[in-house]
Structure formats: structure tokens, C-alpha cells
Design a protein around this ligand. Sequence first.
Ligand code: SF4
Length: 317
Amino acid sequence: MTALLEVRDLAKHYAGKSGTTIRALDGVGFTLGRDEVLGVVGESGCGKSTLGRTLLRLVEPTQGSVLFEGEDITNLSRRDMNRRRRDMQIVFQDPFGSLNPRHKIGTIVGEPLVIHGEADVAARVAEMLDIVGLPPDAAGRFPHEFSGGQRQRIAIARALALRPKLLVADEPVSALDVSIQSQIINLIADLRRRFGLSMIFISHDLSVIRHVSDRIAVMYFGRIVEIGSAADIFDRPVHPYTRALLSAIPRPGLGPKPQRILLEGELPDPAHPPPGCAFQGRCRQAMARCATEAPGLQIRRAEGDLRDTACHLFEAA
Ligand code: SF4
């Protein structure tokens, strides 16, 4: 069966100062199955939000392609892309900034339905508000009358009103209090099952990613450095960057925590990327070739797992 989404060599470059090129996204490829959730994790500035926006063509890719149900959407006209958008929606980090403060909730949630010429808008808005756990009278109120968690419920109701096949959730709980985060994560997990949604779930927080993902892609400096099943990535991380990220999070009920690997230093300057592996300046296992040769994403077959890893330590002999 065709993957819902097939991403090939996707890149987004920006012009930097003094003629430099900022490679915010630098050749990313993966597939997403139907009913699958791919968690995308990495530090701030690693390109994960650019990936989410580029997938939906909210920003135009510099190169590469995105196939949605086998159709290359990267070259679609604006009109055809708008037709496709009903199947591909996004929820952003800031639930206040993404809701028009001058519009009532009924208008905000119903707008995608109106744009796509759907019938029974009021009834479907009421249904969506109920599904996300908001009272019926929410439709007549304004965004400022709601808490951060409730506003994110409104944003989710709007995103799912058209019953999309794909939801990109870009740091959907990062702006919320910890006590509210789990409510929204549980809501997203429920809605995923209820609607058979496929999802790209973007977060800097591996603990959050772990709750929702079937597979996980770890990004560093505009590239995927490791991608595999959630179990393989969590229980047997192999890339030095993934191992450092994982060593920093609590593992309740999952046995002894690995020794903390401190991630020293910062991401490289995107205007002046280092030759070779972008992680070399922070990697304790760096070798001479890491300074000159960038590792490609390769399938690693070991210990019964199947994942792709971009690191010279795991390249086939
Ligand atoms: Fe470390 Fe080299 Fe692997 Fe990069 S390629 S993660 S520098 S060992």
C-alpha cells in the first residue's frame, strides 16, 4: 500500500548575511504510513519546525519532493494545493497567536469548513467543540476568554474540522503548563485513534514524543541523524546525539537510567557549517574522518532492529 507521505531529499535554504546560505533543512527523507505517528525531535534550531511547514508548503522547499498519497504536491498550483490542504492540517505551538482574537470561536473553528464549501457548518462546529471537550457556548465566545489549554483545544478542533488524513503538530504542548500538557497529549492520542489520523508530532521534549509516537526521527542541524521505531530509539539508541538526548530524560518504570551524557557546546553556526559531520564538535566518539566526511543516513541491521543512522560508527564495512 502506498505510504500516506513520502518525503524525498527535502531542503529549505535561506539567504544569510554576506552571501552565506542558511540550510535550515538539508536533505531530509522518510515515509509516513497510514495511521502512523512519526515523532520528530531535536534541539531548538535543528530544523524540525521548518520541516513541518515545508511539508505542507507553508514555506516553499528549495529542493526535494513531498508525495501525499502518491501525488507530488511540491509542484501543485496554488489552487490544487488548497484543495489538497483539506487533508493536511497543522497545529502550532502558540495557541493564542494562531487564533484570530477578533473572531468568535464558532467562526474560527468553522472557517475551514466554509472555505471548502462544506454544509451544516454550525452543527459540525458544535460537534468538534464537544469532541475536544469544550462546552457548547464556547462557539459564541472569544479566544481571550479561554485558558492556554482550552485555546489549544480550539486550535485542534479547527485543524480536525475537515477530518484531515495528516496532522502536523508543531510543539503543541510546549507553551502549556506541565499539568495541562498531559491532558492535551491524551486528547491528541484519543483523536488519532478516533479519526485514524496520521501525524507528524514535532517536539524538543523526548518525554512527550515517547507518549505519542510509533516511530521517531531525531534531527540535528537540518538533517535526520537517526530514525526508527520508538522502541528501538528509546531502548537502544545508537547515534551519539540520540544517546545524549535520551540520557537526560527520566525513565520511570524503564529500568536504570543510562549515565548522563552532557551535551557540551552549541549547534554549529548555520551560516558556516563545519565540513564533515555537523555533530563532530560535540561528539565524544568523533574520529579523524568525521572532520572531513559527512555521514549519510544508512540502514543499520544489528541486534534485530531496523533503523537508519547517520554516523560513521555504524556504517557497513
Ligand atoms: Fe560522532 Fe563521527 Fe558519528 Fe558524527 S559521524 S556522530 S562525529 S562518531
